[in-house]
Design a protein around this ligand. Structure first.
Ligand SMILES: NC(=O)C1=CN([C@@H]2O[C@H](COP(=O)(O)OP(=O)(O)OC[C@H]3O[C@@H](n4cnc5c(N)ncnc54)[C@H](OP(=O)(O)O)[C@@H]3O)[C@@H](O)[C@H]2O)C=CC1
Ligand SMILES: O=C(O)CCCC(=O)O
Length: 483
């Protein structure tokens, strides 16, 4: 059950299309469970292709009036939405902890983080500048204007149920686009609660439509096939990202894809070791390791390997695992049994290949695994090559800077990377050599609304947040005027 909320009507068990809160056409529902207890929290409409079609129609109907509003008007509505999200942060956080499992303080932090994208893009709406181009012709003038792309579709994951939605809806609405959203089936209530507040903020019917359901392939199939949908934005696994990209080919849809990570975290022997340990704790254990920018492979230079392992282990032992609603809990459950199985598989593989579990790694029941540190990790182990997406810190020794760079880049992914060093020459060399969209230098946290978030290689396409984030929702139009 949900805890008592100050504003109980934030919990909706219906989806919203064209301003109407609706059940599925068939009346079918799907359960949503609390990953900490396994208890059923409630249901959502099990919608499919037909409802998605209607949501797209609703977004298309709302588009002309929304796009025609001045940027200042759209900005005012977005700012009101941001204010309401902040005013109801405690309730939104409780909803998130119930369905996602992260500790309440972390959930509250995500609400503030999510709202910051709405606030940021409210401001950016008013800075969508065009350009004038010096003309090569005496009798012509050249101008570029920017216009909203049109109806956009968004598919979001369960790990950041508020912020991933905000990071997409914020720039889309600021640019003048309308949207159809499919939140992850495991965490729909955070998205629906955001829609309640968007309605209260005065964002018109049909501008944000949310389709819920467990048949993601059917919903995604309609989104990608529709010629009305001009753009798809997705955060989730690389596997599903590839599929959506393939499906979008027939309609040549614009795509923003924020996919898998497998981030390297490198500790050089000249690093401030205590700072590196702090950074590793954030980069590894934020959201219980279920973040696409989580450190997945921790490379430590030989001379400081033992000291780093000892300091990190002490910090990991101090983490408190439990139900996210309990005071003092710093690590919640994993999202589901599939996630538990993956962590266990990576641990077993590491042990079989000679690794040592220094602490943690116990499956204590349900979706709970104690945060683990594994030493003696080699590049042949699964934890060195696959994204674990869980609370497992593998420590891999290395000798030279060149070796660290080679190991770090030996992956198809290129989202975040991190390293600790106090040598300014090395800082530049390594930052430039790492194949990643984002590099944390002497820090384990890089995410903020002001900066461009996104990856290279098979970690995705496009950037979210920052002044660049809105560009993904705009078309450039060149006007050539004879005078
Ligand atoms: N980059 C990131 O932030 C994330 C990465 N991941 C990675 O992916 C792994 C698996 O997690 P998982 O939740 O399965 O991630 P998915 O990529 O399967 O899910 C993300 C979103 O995509 C939807 N989806 C799934 N299949 C399709 C489809 N065929 N067409 C359209 N939409 C689809 C899901 O819907 P539904 O919930 O209904 O299945 C959800 O809304 C994780 O262990 C992690 O490695 C996962 C989440 C976020
Ligand atoms: O895609 C994710 O895993 C969410 C990224 C969270 C962040 O913005 O740091």
């Amino acid at each position: 059950m949900f805890p008592t909320l100050k504003k109980p009507d934030l919990v909706r068990q219906q989806a919203i299309i064209g301003g109407a809160w609706l059940d599925a056409d068939s009346g079918a529902t799907a359960d949503v469970t609390d990953p900490a207890t396994g208890a059923v929290l409630g249901t959502i409409p099990a919608m499919g292709a037909a409802e998605t079609e209607r949501a797209i129609e609703a977004a298309a109907a709302a588009f002309p009036a929304w796009a025609a509003k001045s940027a200042k008007e759209r900005a005012a509505l977005l700012r009101r939405w941001n204010d309401l999200m902040l005013a109801h942060a405690d309730d939104l956080a409780a909803i998130m902890t119930a369905e996602q499992g992260k500790p309440l303080t972390e959930a509250r932090g995500e609400i503030v983080y999510g709202a910051s994208f709405i606030e940021w893009f409210a401001d950016e709406a008013r800075r969508v500048y065009g350009e004038t181009i010096p003309s090569p012709w005496a009798d012509k003038r050249l101008v570029v204007i920017k216009q909203p792309i049109g109806v956009c579709a968004a598919i979001t994951p369960w790990n950041f149920p508020n912020a991933m939605l905000a990071r997409k809806v914020g720039p889309a609405l600021a640019a003048g686009c309308t949207m159809v959203v499919k939140p992850a089936a495991q965490t729909p209530y955070s998205a629906l609660a955001m829609a309640v507040l968007a309605e209260e903020a005065g964002i018109p019917a049909g501008v944000i439509n949310i389709v819920t359901g467990t048949d993601a392939a059917a919903i995604g199939g309609v989104m990608t096939a529709s010629p009305v949908v001009k753009k798809l934005t997705f955060t989730g696994s690389t596997q599903v990202g590839r599929l959506l990209m393939r499906q979008s080919a027939d309609t040549i849809k614009k795509l923003s894809l924020e996919l898998g990570g497998n981030a390297p975290f490198i500790v050089f022997d000249d690093a401030d070791l205590d700072a590196a340990v702090e950074g590793a704790m954030i980069a590894k254990f934020r959201n219980n390791g279920q973040t696409c920018v989580c450190a997945n492979r921790i490379y430590v230079q030989q001379p400081v390997y033992d000291a780093f392992a000892e300091k990190l282990t002490a910090k990991v032992k101090a983490l408190k695992m439990g139900n996210g609603f309990e005071a003092g809990v710093t690590v919640g459950p994993l999202i589901d049994e599939k996630a538990v199985a993956k962590v266990k598989e990576h641990l077993a593989d590491a042990v079989a290949k000679g690794g040592t579990i220094v602490t943690g790694g116990e499956h204590t029941g349900g979706n709970f695994i104690t945060p683990a540190v594994v030493t003696g990790v080699s590049p042949a182990m699964k934890i060195s090559t696959e994204e674990t997406f869980g609370p497992l810190a593998p420590l891999i020794p290395f000798e030279t800077e060149a070796e660290a760079i080679r190991l770090a880049n030996a992956t198809e992914f290129g989202l975040a990377s991190y390293f600790y060093s106090r040598d300014i020459g090395r800082v530049w060399r390594v930052a430039e050599a790492l194949e990643a969209g984002m590099v944390g230098i002497n820090t384990g946290l890089v995410s903020t609304a002001e900066a461009p978030f996104g990856g290279v290689k098979q970690s995705g396409l496009g950037r979210e947040g920052s002044r660049h984030g809105i560009e993904d929702y705009l078309e450039m139009k060149y006007l050539c005027m004879g005078i």
